[in-house]
Design a protein around this ligand. Structure first.
Ligand code: SF4
Length: 371
């Protein structure tokens, strides 16, 4: 069969499967590039079922690029709270400003212009221009890598420049150029629902007779990855300082994932620290310099939180201090921290670990108490 004819057959079968099996999701019923952009950014590191409510709340509060650009970053982060990878929200906010300033609020329509916006890579730019305007750019995400690697038994690793190029070309070759948006959606949904990582439903698959991995009994060996991501372990120690009605927060600086989110004064270590080791740590001494009569209680110990390259273990200490604590400015390693009334803490965007601690703390759930 001619290559063109073969591609057409695969694309038609994929789209037919999609129209029968697709999940009904709100961002699939729109060609508004703003809403497609928001949904794609939310779904970058988040499961669909978790992302759906965030998407609905986000577009209700920020229904267009103007409302997003005009908002304070703190409020945008608040709407993102719990989703993690907060640079996504900061980039959305910054790019909304660029679209308003440089494009008078009209979403740029060229792939190269979309790619220049902050936080948008090749996949997201392709998704926006193909879903909104049917432009023929393939969206090659993890689902597409998996489906194509199996369909054609491609052993090229997916996490190399060479591999990405090969898979993008293969997707482009198969693409129905008149229905690029629909084709892209169909291929991603097929990987997400049918050609799944473990135990794909091969015996009900419309491609079983063409699937080269199936006939070669290689389904579970594909796709191939070259590098296993190294996961680093970090230990975080937070101090929930209580001084009458007040507590202390620090706004995270630097380029990390939690940039501009609030948290209790803390110190970080590459190894676990007992309380006497904590006390000897210079960051601890900087926070509690000259303090007397403090009472420490370990209320949450080694709460695990996994990021893409890091495994975090967070411990939270409640620290009761006297009034003299607030009479001086104190700095921890991430910058000076502010004194706030404890009952206003909900107004501050915090990361997931802080959120877990506060939910449990305020709900009065029991933590393991070791001191
Ligand atoms: S036969 Fe199995 S491995 Fe091959 S495309 Fe279908 S679901 Fe995926």
């Amino acid at each position: 069969m001619e290559e063109e004819e073969y591609s057409k057959q695969i694309a038609n079968r994929l789209i037919d499967w999609y129209l029968l099996n697709k999940r009904d999701l709100p961002w699939r019923n729109t060609t508004d590039p703003y809403k497609i952009w928001i949904s794609e950014i939310i779904l970058q590191q988040t499961r669909v079922d978790q992302g759906l409510n965030y998407y609905l709340r986000f577009v209700e509060r920020f229904p267009d690029v103007f409302s997003l650009a005009a908002a304070e970053e703190n409020e945008v982060l608040k709407y993102w709270q719990g989703l993690g990878y907060y640079s996504r929200a900061r980039n959305l906010h910054a790019s909304a400003g660029i679209i308003v300033d440089e494009y008078s609020g009209k979403f740029p329509g060229e792939y190269s212009e979309v790619l220049r916006l902050k936080g948008i890579g090749e996949y997201t730019a392709s998704a926006i221009v193909s879903f909104a305007w049917n432009k023929p750019y393939p969206t090659v995400d993890g689902n597409v890598f998996r489906f194509l690697s199996r369909l054609f038994a491609i052993k090229e690793p997916i996490d190399t420049g060479k591999g990405k190029k090969l898979f993008t070309e293969t997707a482009h070759m198969l693409m129905d150029k008149q229905r690029s948006g629909l084709f892209n959606q169909a291929m991603m949904e097929f990987g997400a629902l049918q050609c799944v990582p473990a135990a794909p439903v091969c015996f009900e698959c419309p491609f079983i007779s063409q699937c080269m991995a199936y006939s070669a009994k290689m389904v579970n060996l594909l796709p191939v990855k070259q590098n296993k991501t190294k996961v680093e372990e970090r230990y975080l120690y937070y101090f929930h300082i209580i001084q009458g009605k007040n507590t202390y927060l620090s706004k995270r600086q630097g380029k990390g994932v939690w940039h501009n989110l609030y948290e209790f004064p803390m110190l970080e270590s590459g190894v676990p620290l007992g309380f006497s080791e904590l006390q000897a740590n210079p960051a601890f001494q900087s926070i509690f310099r000259d303090m007397k009569g403090m009472k420490f209680r370990l209320v949450l110990e080694n709460k695990k939180h996994v990021l893409s390259h890091r495994k975090l273990f967070a411990s939270f200490y409640e620290v009761i201090v006297g009034n003299e604590f607030g009479t001086r400015t104190v700095s921890d390693s991430s910058g000076s921290f502010i004194r706030i009334e404890e009952d206003t803490i909900d107004a501050y965007p915090v990361h997931r670990l802080m959120e877990i601690y506060l939910e449990n703390y305020h709900n009065g759930k029991d933590f393991e108490i070791r001191m």
